[in-house]
Structures are given as structure tokens and as C-alpha cells.
Write a protein that binds this ligand. Structure first.
Ligand code: CAA
Length: 388
């Protein structure tokens, strides 16, 4: 049975900052951010958008087109959780009015979380072939003002429908996983921003990539040239570029050209949005689908990395007609509606988001009608509403 990704929804908040302006404000050569890091813009979530509201908005992009009664599993992956106990997925389930028989929970292992959700969903569909699963990755990456990680922040969500006979990507059997208990990036209880050993984290990412990619090819008896594209978790696009260079360094020029071109296509959305942690790899996939011309059945290799650290390399094949499943117009509107923030405005929003909102105080949203937002807490219960 073929199982995989049938639909992809994407949401990013309505505000961003430009990397050239950030560079000027931080007294850095803009080319460091544009070329050295590989980012153009960074999405900024104000206090009215959190992991839950972004996850609802991403799912709504396709939710009305699917057979809702068949959804038997809803998994929410995040490292920007809104509660220590209750799953973010329950807020989503209520907003979507999903039936009560759905199995639903939250899952965590840093940026690997959405891959864990995807593989769990794949196994679920294998044993429940007439049902489908929704998996959501939703995050706000925050390192702190004036830190080396600041330029690698971002905000957004990807939601995917996983089912049998999918219309976008079939996931192949087999994978190569690798984990180790290390401290490259983490966010202790009570901290609103991540702690990171930046340079160490970038090296560990590459080491884990080399390990999983090589052992995957060995297990499958495949070579690099069998892949039409290799895509990566993109904390910032230069990180993926370095991994891609490692992957293709010993290949013929034609293979290098093909895999460089597909990598370019896969990084376009990340350059505009920034790091969205759990959803970053799948934002690369969406970007690849939108920006590359790939033949039906093309083999795509996917590298998932979550700090702490857990990595997995797996693959999928493109389904004929996949482009018909893309919501290109909706996405264009979403980018058009974004407003550029001044650095002062961004810093104010950032500082505000570091404090828990006062209980009982209503939060409003300047989003477009129909968008879900976090409206504050009532008796410490989170309220989510739709912009009228
Ligand atoms: N023009 C062009 N390039 C320039 C430049 C200029 N004027 N000035 C500097 N650069 C280049 C540097 O040469 C360097 O390039 P290379 O990496 O190719 O050597 C690059 O810009 C970065 O500069 P620095 O080496 O000075 O690094 P930094 O102190 O700015 O820190 C960072 C970079 C470590 C990535 C930091 O942004 C960070 O800590 N980010 C967060 C951690 C992170 O994203 N880690 C990724 C792996 S962990 C993961 O993937 C999980 C996750 O999502 C967090």
C-alpha cells in the first residue's frame, strides 16, 4: 500500500523584518545575513499568534477539501508549546470541529517533532487504511535580540494530510535514524528563548547528515545520483547548502548541477520566513514542489534534524499531478498581505512576547478576516477566535 502526503497547508504571520535592515541595526555587513547565513526576511509573530493559532490556520488551507470524518489521528509537533499538560492539538480539534473519536496528542523532539508525527501517522494509516491523519508542525523561533541566533528566527506552521494513495508524495519504506544525548540547542523550563551552542550545533547537524545519508544509501543500495532532489531541515538556508555540498562533492558535474538546482528551489520559502523549527523541512518540501520542475515519480531525499539530538534520513516519490494539490494563489496572497516592521516595532513585539499576557485581558488581531488568533486567557484558559 502506498502511503504519504496528500495535502500540505502553510501559514506564516502577517509581519516580517528585512535582513538588510536588521544588519544595519546590528552594525553588521548585510551580506553576512544575505549570503553568510542565507536569509532575506524573517517572519515575526506578534502576541496574537502562537503555535496553536498558526497550526489551525495552516490546516484550514486544505481542511474543507478533505473527507473530515475519515481523520482518525491528529498529531501536533511543536517546541513552542502553550501548556505543560494539555495538548495543543485539542485546541485545533475544537477549532476545526473534528469528531470526538479522533486520537489526538502533542509530540516533541525539537525540530525532529514533525517527522516523528509523520512516521507515526504513516504507521497509523498502514493499520487503518481507510482512515487519514493530520500532522501539524508549528513554531516560533526565538533566540533573543542582538544574539548571533537572532538572524535565524522565524514563525510559521505546516500541516499535512497523511493517507493511502496520496496525491503529493509517497513515503518509501525504510529510514536511517541516528541519535545522541548532546547539548547543542535547548530551551529549559521557564525560558522564553532558546539556549544554543551555535557553531557546535551547525557541525553536529552536518555529522548527523553524513551518517544518516550514507547508511540510508547503503541500506537501499542506492547512490546519490538516484535522487532528483535532496532537501533538508533549514534552520537557515546556508546550513542546508553546506549539507548539500557534502552530499554532492564527489559526484559528476551533471549530478551536482541537478542537486544544486533542486536545493535552490527548496530554499526559496525559508529565505522569506526563517526557521520554523518542526516545520522547516516540510517548508523546504513545499518550496521544492512550487519552484522546481520535477518529473512524476522523482525520488526526493529528506533530512530531518532535531537538536538534542535526533536525525533521520528518508525518502519519497513524487506523485503524478502533484502540482494540482498546491495552493499557489492562496500562498501568493499570504505573502502579499505581510507588512514590513521597523526594527523598533519588531523589538517592541519581541519584548512583549517574552511576558505571559495578563489574565482576563483581551488580545486583538490585525490579521485578515477568517484568520484564527490567540485572544488572551480567561481564568488561565487560552481563548482562540477568528478575525471577523
Ligand atoms: N559576507 C558574506 N558572508 C559573511 C560575511 C560577509 N560580509 N561575514 C560573515 N560571513 C559568513 C561567515 O564566513 C560564515 O560563513 P560560513 O558558515 O560558511 O563559514 C557565516 O557568515 C556565519 O558567520 P559566523 O561564522 O561569524 O557565525 P555567527 O557568529 O554569526 O553565528 C550561527 C552563526 C552559529 C549559525 C548563529 O546564527 C546561531 O547560533 N544560530 C542558531 C543555531 C542554529 O541555527 N544552528 C543550526 C544547527 S541546529 C538545528 O538545525 C536545530 C534548529 O533548528 C535550531
Amino acid at each position: 500500500m502506498k502511503i504519504g502526503i496528500d495535502k500540505i497547508g502553510f501559514y506564516t504571520p502577517n509581519k516580517y523584518i528585512d535582513m538588510v535592515e536588521l544588519a544595519h541595526a546590528r552594525n553588521v555587513d548585510p551580506n553576512k545575513f544575505l549570503i553568510g547565513i542565507g536569509q532575506k526576511k524573517m517572519a515575526v509573530a506578534d502576541v496574537s499568534q502562537d503555535a496553536v493559532s498558526m497550526g489551525i490556520n495552516a490546516t484550514l488551507e486544505y481542511f474543507n477539501e478533505i473527507e473530515q470524518k475519515k481523520v482518525g489521528l491528529l498529531i501536533f509537533a511543536t517546541e513552542s508549546s502553550v501548556d505543560q499538560s494539555k495538548s495543543a492539538s485539542l485546541f485545533v480539534k475544537k477549532a476545526l470541529n473534528l469528531h470526538p473519536a479522533v486520537r489526538t496528542f502533542e509530540i516533541k523532539e525539537a525540530c525532529f517533532g514533525l517527522t516523528a508525527a509523520l512516521m507515526t501517522a504513516r504507521d497509523y494509516v498502514r493499520s487503518h487504511p481507510h482512515h487519514s491523519a493530520i500532522v501539524i508542525g508549528s513554531d516560533i523561533a526565538r533566540y533573543g535580540l542582538n544574539t548571533p541566533g537572532e538572524v535565524t528566527q522565524g514563525a510559521g506552521s505546516i500541516s499535512m494530510l497523511i493517507k493511502a494513495d496520496p496525491r503529493i508524495l509517497t513515503i518509501n519504506e525504510g529510514h536511517s535514524a541516528y541519535s545522541d544525548d548532546i547539548n547543542d540547542f535547548w530551551r529549559p523550563n521557564g525560558f522564553k528563548t532558546a539556549l544554543v551552542e551555535g557553531k557546535y550545533s551547525t557541525q553536529v547537524y552536518l555529522d548527523f547528515f553524513k551518517h544518516t545519508f550514507e547508511s540510508y544509501k547503503k541500506e537501499k543500495n542506492w547512490s546519490t545520483q538516484d535522487f532528483s532532489a535532496l532537501i533538508y531541515h533549514l534552520p537557515f538556508t546556508k546550513q542546508g547548502l553546506k549539507a548539500n555540498r557534502l552530499a554532492i562533492q564527489d559526484e559528476d558535474k551533471s549530478v551536482q548541477d541537478e542537486l544544486s538546482a533542486s536545493f535552490e528551489a527548496s530554499k526559496q520559502l525559508s529565505m522569506e520566513v526563517g526557521n520554523i523549527y518542526t516545520a522547516s523541512l516540510y517548508l523546504s518540501l513545499l518550496s521544492l514542489l512550487e519552484h522546481a520542475e520535477l518529473a512524476p515519480n522523482s525520488l526526493i531525499g529528506l533530512f530531518s534534524y532535531g537538536s538534542g539530538a535526533m536525525a533521520e534520513f528518508f525518502s519519497g516519490n513524487l506523485v503524478d499531478g502533484y502540482r494540482k494539490q498546491l495552493a499557489l494563489e492562496h500562498e501568493e496572497e499570504m505573502f502579499k498581505r505581510r507588512q514590513a516592521l521597523s526594527i523598533d516595532e519588531y523589538e517592541k513585539i519581541f519584548t512583549q512576547a517574552l511576558n505571559e499576557p495578563e489574565d482576563g485581558v483581551e488580545i486583538t488581531s490585525d490579521e485578515v478576516p477568517g484568520t484564527w488568533y490567540f485572544a488572551g486567557t480567561q481564568n488561565y484558559v487560552r481563548q482562540y477566535r477568528q478575525v471577523k
